[in-house]
Design a protein around this ligand. Structure first.
Ligand code: HEM
Length: 432
């Protein structure tokens, strides 16, 4: 039975927070603060001009509220992300509702962060990646077989989402996968990075947390009794010594949700940009080995995670400005990818760009994305196989964008393929 009193308290807190956020944003808007001003426009459709305005205003500019700054500069983002004078915005530094959902590593500072990260890191070594490659290719071919049969379809729903969900579920050792429910959980929990949006969102996020907890508890108990070759077994083996029981569930949830919520959008954003830039799509279909470059260029040009935040743990100087302890800085990593001091012609999408990999889409410093090698592998295989097997792919309707400031992706990607020009498997499939 849900605890009704607790739910009511949560709802009250969330409503207060929601209102407070609205007032702060409104006040910021009147004063003309850049990120707050962004909320006047349907900025989520194209936030990039807004980032350019922030860059024009300076290397570090006041944003949203007092004691909060934003930066669109590559070197300043990198400095803040790598600096030991900054920490992640922890649970006691956010609103009462966000405090209820534990984001594990994402809100930990050393030494706890170092200890818990060591538990998860072995799952992402190059040797493990090489072992996953064949499995991911086989999965992708099955997914494309189904999509091709449909002719016209929503690529986000039929291809971008099922691949990362299957992959991360298999790696963790979750056998029973409900794609639709997982997508809902991902949207509710990933949406929290934007702050709670409504009471409905609050209820959905709590329900998602509870459903995933109910799924993980028996699986971890099972792995303790009968170890398998999966990530849950590795995590269960470290429990007690390197990771506490309380830390386990949030880490499992983070790995699952971060494992697909972002990768879905990396695949979707890559194909979306290729459809918008037809010459780049033609270049890729002529040379599918460019798929890895497509992924890097998309991470630079239109990354799934647009920004993050850090809090100053001491008085510190950033870009010539004195920042007081306790102030927040928002490194806009999506803007760093278009910094003209680092990239030539940053506003053009070019899949042959040699230095695209200098982006900060996976962050920097101690929180550098632990799943980056897996995300790159999955997205590269997905983009290559789509180009090889569906060269006639084209957009078949409007592409609605998710209403989020942090996660960038499409809500739907309607496409069609002309059967005569869509190929049957052209990459050799190793036995899986
Ligand atoms: C395109 C795909 C992905 C993108 C763009 C992405 C982006 C990021 C970013 C920006 C951070 C750091 C946030 C910060 O500095 O505040 C991060 C951290 C993290 N990511 Fe990813 N991620 C992706 C895929 C994955 C995958 C596939 C997994 C796991 C299977 C994963 C697991 C994690 C974890 C556990 C952290 C926390 C690391 C830490 O705090 O030490 N991510 N990711």
């Amino acid at each position: 039975m849900p605890d009704l009193a607790q739910l009511k308290r949560t709802a009250r807190f969330a409503a207060m927070l929601y209102l407070t956020k609205g007032v702060v944003q409104y006040a910021g808007r009147i004063q003309g603060k850049p990120l707050a001003r962004a909320s006047i426009y349907p900025w989520y459709a194209d936030p990039y001009p807004q980032y350019e305005r922030i860059r024009d205003e300076g290397a570090l500019v006041p944003a949203i509220a007092r004691g909060v700054y934003a930066t669109a500069e590559h070197d300043v983002c990198k400095q803040v992300l790598a600096s030991r004078d900054f920490g992640t915005v922890g649970r006691d530094e956010v609103g009462p509702f966000e405090r209820q959902i534990d984001l594990s590593l994402l809100e930990m500072d050393p030494p706890d962060h170092t200890r818990v990260r060591r538990v998860a890191a072995p799952a992402f070594t190059p040797r493990r990646m090489a072992a996953y490659e064949t499995r991911i290719e086989a999965l992708m071919h099955e997914i494309v077989d189904r999509a091709q049969a449909a002719g016209s379809f929503d690529l986000q729903q039929l291809i971008s989402a099922p691949l990362p969900i299957s992959v991360i579920s298999q790696l963790l050792g979750v056998d029973e996968v409900d794609d639709e429910a997982f997508m809902r959980y991902g949207t509710a929990l990933g949406g929290l990075l934007d702050g709670p949006q409504s009471l409905r969102h609050v209820r959905e996020a709590i329900a998602a947390r509870d459903a995933l907890r109910a799924m993980f508890i028996p699986l971890i108990e099972e792995r303790r009794r009968e170890p398998r070759e999966d990530m849950l077994t590795t995590l269960a083996q470290h429990e007690g010594e390197q990771i506490t029981a309380d830390e386990m569930m949030p880490l499992c949830t983070l790995l699952l949700v971060a494992g697909f919520e972002t990768t879905v959008n990396l695949i979707g954003n890559s194909i979306h940009q290729l459809m918008r830039h037809r010459d780049q799509w033609e270049a890729l279909t002529a040379e599918p080995a460019l798929a890895a470059n497509v992924v890097e260029e998309t991470l630079r040009f239109d990354p799934p995670v647009q920004l993050t935040s850090r809090v100053a743990r001491a008085d510190v100087e950033v870009a010539g400005r004195r920042i007081r302890k306790g102030s927040w800085v928002i490194p806009i990593v999506a803007a760093a990818g278009r910094d003209p001091k680092v990239f030539t012609e940053p506003q053009s999408y070019d899949i042959t760009r040699e230095d695209a990999g200098n982006h900060l889409a996976f962050s920097s410093g101690i929180h550098y994305c632990i799943g980056a090698p897996l995300a790159r592998l999955e997205a590269t295989i997905a983009v290559r196989i789509i180009a090889e097997r569906m060269p006639s792919l084209e957009l078949a309707g409007k592409v609605p964008i998710r209403r989020s400031r942090v996660i960038r992706g499409v809500r739907r990607l309607p496409v069609r393929v002309t059967p005569a020009r869509s190929a049957v498997r052209s990459t050799p499939l190793s036995a899986s």
